[in-house]
Design a protein around this ligand. Structure first.
Ligand code: SF4
Length: 386
């Protein structure tokens, strides 16, 4: 969910390269994690490709699969839907291994597997077997974690399995700010766990997993960004990515009122905030340069690149797919909520039936035009603010 002066106009936003963002020079070396661009695929625009296809067929099956390995979480972060709905049991919330294997079998061309949804992946009893299976099939894989459960033993096991990337959520340089956002988390524990992951990599002599810290920028924490970069420079982190809040939830009903109000109160995409943020971002970029840390910043310019003729507002429904722990298929990870933009259900349909089905086709058709699906209108990827 990630223009800018460097940003090319008419650039299609891909889930594999979620939006354009500034990157400080930072540490050299390409990250061994999701590629910077999707595979080229057949020539022509999406519209031309689709016009050539047999009516009723879907596009090539996706090469990127994102799975919600569990809907259970041990935290109640303020910008996450998990906070605003009833708790989920750790066992009941886990994606069954049978569904996982069925999906991998249905996608022989899979290149990239992201094991993360609304819950905390380390709560799933199946996470490590899933990583092992993905690696056995030659699929690059990784996940996002709040790192509260990333013990030294788990870090050592993840390094041993060769997991390609781990993203850690950390949005503050002080316990007060961090714990005020990540309700239930411990800043000291997360700091120790990030460092122990680095120690495990060093002990094994492995560059993997590529470790990125994700900092969700909000009114309440942006002034701590530079200090966060300073801290992380000493904790062995490969990259820091700053993101805006993912969605406005303007399209959503009453059940989403809490998260919609929070987003309204904390988002940075309005006038005065943009000026303050630009200052905070510039300070953080200077620190990153000084310490040699790779830093990516979101666009706050408000200059959304126009959608190119024949191209959609984002590439998700063509390049990737998101599946909830129960098997509900959704267009992307930005939607948050299995009652929004549901395109099929693997409990009663095959993957091919869903991917090529009427709901997906209609969703893609609208995303190609000037009347996008309601759920896309408030999406930070679609708006170019991620
Ligand atoms: S909500 Fe719509 S625009 Fe945003 S990532 Fe999902 S499919 Fe793309």
């Amino acid at each position: 969910m990630v223009g800018h002066p460097e940003r090319q106009s008419h650039r299609r936003i891909s889930p594999l390269d979620p939006g354009a963002s500034r990157t400080s020079p930072g540490a050299p070396g390409p990250p061994p994690e999701p590629p910077a661009a999707p595979s080229p695929g057949p020539p022509g625009t999406r519209a031309e490709q689709e016009a050539r296809g047999t009516p009723g067929e879907g596009p090539t099956p996706p090469s990127h699969l994102q799975l919600e390995v569990t809907s259970a979480c041990n935290l109640r972060c303020r910008m996450c839907l998990v906070r605003y709905r009833p708790p989920v049991n750790r066992i009941r919330g886990a994606m069954p291994l049978e569904l996982f294997h069925r999906l991998l079998d249905a996608l022989p061309g899979l290149r990239l597997l992201t094991l993360q949804g609304l819950g905390e992946p380390l709560l799933s009893p199946h996470l490590l077997p899933m990583i092992a299976e993905a690696k056995r099939r030659g699929v690059r894989t990784g996940f996002t974690t709040n790192a509260t459960l990333l013990t030294p033993e788990r870090s050592a096991r993840l390094v041993e399995l060769g997991v390609d990337w781990v993203r850690v959520s950390l949005d503050g340089a002080t316990a007060e700010t961090y714990e005020g956002i990540r309700d239930g988390g411990s800043f000291a524990a997360v700091a120790a766990n990030i460092r122990s992951l680095w120690a495990a990599k060093k002990a094994a002599g492995s560059p993997l997993p590529w470790t990125r810290v994700v900092f969700v920028a909000m009114r309440r924490n942006m002034e701590e960004l530079a200090d966060t970069v300073r801290l992380l420079a000493g904790w062995g982190v490969d990259e820091i990515r700053v993101q805006n809040l993912a969605h406005t939830f303007e399209d959503a009903g009453g059940a989403y009122a809490g998260i919609r109000d929070f987003t309204e109160a904390e988002s940075l995409w309005r006038g005065g905030d943009r000026i303050r943020s630009a200052r905070a971002f510039a300070e953080a970029a200077a620190v990153a340069e000084e310490y040699g840390v790779r830093l990516r910043l979101p666009d706050l310019s408000g200059r959304r690149s126009p959608r190119a003729p024949g191209e959609p507002g984002c590439g998700w429904p063509w390049d990737a797919v998101y599946v909830t722990s129960e098997g509900v298929v959704q267009p992307c990870c930005m939607v948050m909520g299995d009652d929004r933009a549901t395109l099929g259900d693997l409990r009663s349909q095959s993957f091919a039936e869903i991917w090529e089905g009427a709901a997906y086709r209609e969703f893609r058709r609208r995303l190609m035009g000037d009347d996008p699906p309601e759920v896309c209108r408030g999406c930070a990827l679609y708006r170019g603010t991620f």
